[in-house]
Design a protein around this ligand. Structure first.
Ligand code: G1P
Length: 289
């Protein structure tokens, strides 16, 4: 069967971000910056790099800052132009006309439900899912590495990373089959296994390439871990019917849904920015003395 090209990506951005309160009371967690760009912009840039043409944001109440971020800011642009200031940084946030769609998830019922909200726009095409709080730094980017694998295997590909044994309960976890370099066959999937029951320590990280059949499965998917409709549970039901692989990504992941991970990401990215790297490095070294 011919492998259908990947053109669409879903960004579930309806989550409440309770772990970052009070910062996220009025600001969506996806708008928290790493140095000077919001998390969601890194994820969108990663998708564009991977060849994605249409971005589908599944939003919720209080998330309009995300729509504004990827829109034209007329007043700001007019004022900056009149003052002779460069618009380069603003232009980076503009998406091509028709390249964006917004769907509203009315209730936070889980990741599976959020993805399902995009079903009409996805139609009968494979699609990517990117969770912005998994901040992925690599060259090429994580999704691009996954697309390269997808072009060989087809089917479904999830990003996989080993996590410490005492953290498996926070993730979707893979029952691994045969390994071939960075690719691991996925034999089973379980969402947030209870301590001592995890099939391995190979966790699902927030990047997915999925076949549209998962939308049909989500239609009837009951609640799982945490009382939520889980994407992991729906994916598990496709194993055996379609190729299913985990890709170990070459690069670094920062869990920006977590305060320590978020601060680490800021420090790491700051140290790669020529205009601030030296000042930050000197300060960090001094602070740790
Ligand atoms: C979600 C997924 C989980 C995955 C994780 C990666 O969980 O449900 O399978 O391992 O993202 O970050 P959440 O972090 O939303 O609880």
């Amino acid at each position: 069967m011919a492998i259908k090209p990947l053109r669409k990506a879903v960004f579930p951005v309806g989550g409440l971000g309770t772990r970052f309160l009070p910062a996220t009371k009025a600001v969506p967690k996806e708008m928290l910056p790493v140095v000077d760009r919001p998390l969601i912009q890194y994820a969108v840039d990663e998708a564009i790099e991977a060849g994605i043409e249409q971005m589908i944001f599944v939003t919720g109440r209080g998330k309009s800052a995300i729509e504004d971020h990827f829109d034209i800011a007329y007043e700001l642009e007019a004022t900056m132009s009149a003052r002779g200031k460069s618009l380069k940084l603003l232009e980076q946030t503009r998406l091509a006309p028709g390249a964006v769609a917004y769907v509203r998830q009315q209730e936070p019922m889980g990741l599976g439900h959020a993805v399902w909200c995009a079903r009409d726009i996805i139609g009968d095409e494979p699609f990517a899912v990117l969770l912005a709080d998994d901040f992925m730094v690599g060259e090429p980017g994580c999704l691009k590495q996954m697309v390269a694998a997808y072009e060989k295997t087809g089917g479904n590909i999830i990003c996989a990373q080993e996590v410490p044994d005492d953290m498996t309960h926070m993730y979707g976890v893979i029952t691994p089959g045969t390994r071939d370099g960075a690719l691991t066959e996925v034999k089973g999937l379980v969402e947030k296994p209870a301590a001592g029951t995890s099939p391995s320590n190979l966790a699902v990280i927030g990047r997915y390439i999925l076949q549209p059949e998962v939308m049909r499965i989500l239609e009837t998917q009951g609640k799982g871990a945490g009382g939520e409709i889980q994407l992991t549970d729906a994916m598990a039901r496709m194993i055996g019917d379609q190729p299913f692989h985990g890709l170990t990504f070459q690069g670094k992941r920062y869990d920006c849904g977590d305060k320590a991970g978020y601060m680490t990401a800021n420090l790491a990215v700051a140290l790669t920015r020529p205009e601030i790297a030296e000042t930050v490095r000197i300060f960090a070294v001094d602070l740790l003395k």
